[in-house]
Design a protein around this ligand. Structure first.
Ligand SMILES: [Zn+2]
Length: 132
């Protein structure tokens, strides 16, 4: 039985925006020298992933939004840890702790944010194939 593919699942799994099956990227996220290498076309439905030169510059806006969300998540996590008594954190007194945690999480998640922002960007401009 074929499982129904969703656009949300395709975005999170870096899959083709039309058939939700073919992979967008040609390597693993943490192969850092190849993190942004994409297939030219979908391996399953032949959808063009290189729409026009500079198509993925727009993904920087998505990346920016994801990064802001990440910094807010780090701040909320630190405040929660303080409430639960795990650490002592005050935003105005422990700015360096906030910066170190934020930059650390950002560096670790950078390849995932890059791929997710490209995946969201191409999905914003592609309709699913109606015949599937
Ligand atoms: Zn496809």
């Amino acid at each position: 039985m074929m499982r129904k593919k969703s656009r949300f699942g395709a975005i999170l799994g870096n899959r083709c925006p039309r058939c939700f099956q073919g992979k967008l990227f040609s390597s693993r996220a943490y192969q850092l020298n190849k993190a942004a290498e994409m297939h030219k076309n979908c391996q399953v439905c032949n959808e063009d992933f290189e729409r026009e030169p500079g198509f993925y510059f727009g993904a920087a806006y998505v990346s920016y939004a994801l990064t802001v969300a990440l910094w807010i998540a780090v701040l909320v996590a630190l405040i929660c840890f303080d409430w639960w008594g795990w650490i002592s954190f005050s935003f105005f007194e422990d700015v360096s702790l906030f910066l170190i945690c934020g930059i650390g999480v950002l560096l670790i998640l950078m390849p995932i944010i890059l791929r997710l922002s490209r995946s969201i960007w191409i999905n914003m401009f592609t309709k699913q194939n109606e015949s599937d």
